[in-house]
Design a binder for this molecule. Sequence first.
Ligand SMILES: Nc1nc2c(ncn2[C@@H]2O[C@H](COP(=O)(O)OP(=O)(O)OP(=O)(O)O)[C@@H](O)[C@H]2O)c(=O)[nH]1
Ligand SMILES: [Zn+2]
Length: 222
Amino acid sequence: MDAIIKNFPHRPDSSAKETGKPDFLDKRETDRPSREEAEAAVRTLLRWTGDDPEREGLRETPQRVVKAFEEMFGGYDLCPAEELGRTFEEVAGYDDLVLVKDIPFHSHCEHHMVPIVGKAHVGYLPNGKVVGLSKIARVVDIFARRLQTQEALTAQVAATIQHVLDPLGVAVMIEAEHMCMAMRGIRKQGSTTLTSTFTGIFKEKPEEQVRFVTMVRDSRGG
Ligand SMILES: Nc1nc2c(ncn2[C@@H]2O[C@H](COP(=O)(O)OP(=O)(O)OP(=O)(O)O)[C@@H](O)[C@H]2O)c(=O)[nH]1
Ligand SMILES: [Zn+2]
């Protein structure tokens, strides 16, 4: 595949303070290997497991894994800011909190490349402009389909919405289970990590944070 333009997933950096634009919204060229190189790398990892890549059940596995990677890491080729590009203002004067909660996602931790499975709750207080609700879930999905830490994922979703929609504030909470803690290492199943990022009014006013968290927690039986 030719080198293509993509968005790198990195954390909000200090230059964002000068330009106001998070660096992960910039487009850069990829340094992707060829499909054949990627498949050869999978064959090497298959040998690393101790198995035989030439046995019948594994012969097609490198192609399958590379194809699965295209899907699971498809977020590198998508621009989250573009997803939020179509905003509208005709909402009959509605100017209160918009909350999309329980957005399920699958991601992969950047340390071990094993799944992170969780839910995101995203709220914003519009400043005139609103966006299609599915677009919020799409932004979560795009960042989730990159190698991540939960902190970076949380911050990136919040920063993208803040940057593109320019609302009065954004609140993002993510709860997730990290398979790298469940399947290996410390091997603790069922522990959940919670992260949150608040901007604007949610950062300034603790009561707005409480309202967001209460709405997230409400209707799930306490
Ligand atoms: N802060 C943060 N840490 C994470 C996330 N995903 C995985 N980790 C942690 O990243 C750390 C990597 O630690 P290292 O000591 O470098 O690697 P390791 O030897 O594989 O660590 P163990 O998991 O403790 O065996 C571990 O503590 C993981 O639990 C995440 O999203 N956020
Ligand atoms: Zn990990």
